[in-house]
Design a protein around this ligand. Structure first.
Ligand code: SF4
Length: 104
């Protein structure tokens, strides 16, 4: 069985604290984020695993660190990966707010 997808957890912090959370995410952990140089290294090393085509950005809630998330998606895309985002969509309470968040 080949590994086709890698899950990249940018942080374990989250703006929610769900009892069913599989990673025990918490608002207390929001400040702790994967440094950009480490993120870049992970993507670079993943590039040399030919079976992996998809990089999933997750957390916690990865949109709480938009600079890191944007870097990761852009860098992974430039390397030819399909990217996927796992989010609780707190930023999309209305259509206009969602559109604004996705465009910015
Ligand atoms: S990561 Fe998801 S499941 Fe975990 S606390 Fe946040 S919203 Fe809830």
């Amino acid at each position: 069985m080949l590994i086709k997808t890698i899950r990249n957890s940018l942080l374990i912090g989250c703006n929610f604290e769900c009892q069913h959370c599989s990673v025990n995410a918490s608002p207390r952990l929001i400040p702790e984020v994967l440094p950009i140089d480490v993120l870049k290294k992970v993507i670079n090393e993943t590039y040399y695993v030919p079976s992996i085509h998809v990089i999933v950005f997750t957390g916690g809630e990865p949109t709480l660190h938009p600079k890191h998330l944007r870097f990761g998606i852009k860098y992974a895309s430039e390397k030819g990966f399909i990217t996927r985002l796992v989010t609780n969509a707190w930023w999309a309470r209305t259509y206009d707010r969602a559109k604004e968040s996705l465009v910015s």
